[in-house]
Design a protein. Structure first.
Length: 195
């Protein structure tokens, strides 16, 4: 499994067509976690081991591996859904008094923050699909307020991942991100590809 982050914003806040900058990060499928398919267990002393010649018994603390099958996911489990808050930025107010102009984040500010702080959000996605065959592109949309805080988030992912805590994990991780304060709200799309 690989994880890639592709920034769609590239052209600034007013761009309507996202620019494909290619993968920003790639993470192996195990992402440093232990595989879920096997568990080590201890058999009581004297238990017959069918894999040993003559069915010899095991010693008192010998371990063996027990394999757990991957969960069988239905079409409903794989169905993509959007869950979370409405991340549409509020209407922009124009200051005619000559004060500092509020503006949305530019692509450099978004890329810099995503590059340095999006790891926990990606980890939530990897954790939610570990032990399954779920692959593809997941989307996390964030609403960043004028102070640079993520005030709302919305996630598109398979239903199975939401049943295993994805939305709450992403909300916590995104809430800790800090963007530059520009005085204006910005909607940020954070696509994460899991191969």
């Amino acid at each position: 499994m690989y994880l890639a982050l592709r920034p769609p914003w590239g052209g600034g806040a007013t761009s309507t067509a996202p620019i494909d900058a290619g993968p920003v990060a790639s993470i192996p499928g195990d992402a440093g976690t232990k595989p879920k398919g096997k568990k080590k267990r201890k058999r009581p002393a004297g238990t017959v081991d069918p894999s040993r010649p003559g069915g010899q018994g095991l010693g008192s603390d010998e371990e063996y591996e027990e394999t757990e099958p991957l969960p069988v996911l239905t079409a409903a489990d794989r169905q993509l859904e959007w869950r979370g808050d409405d991340v549409t930025p509020p209407p922009t107010k124009i200051d005619m008094g000559g004060g500092a102009e509020a503006r949305p984040l530019d692509s450099g500010e978004i890329n810099g923050t995503i590059g340095s702080q999006a790891g926990p959000v990606r980890d939530c996605i990897v954790q939610s699909v570990t032990g399954t065959d779920l692959r593809g592109e997941f989307h996390v949309k964030l609403l960043v307020d004028g102070n640079g805080r993520v005030s709302k988030s919305r996630v598109q992912a398979p239903r199975y991942t939401f049943q295993h805590g994805l939305q709450a994990c992403v909300q916590r991780a995104a809430g800790r991100m800090k963007f530059p304060a520009t005085g204006g709200s910005t909607s940020v799309d954070l696509p994460v590809t899991v191969n």
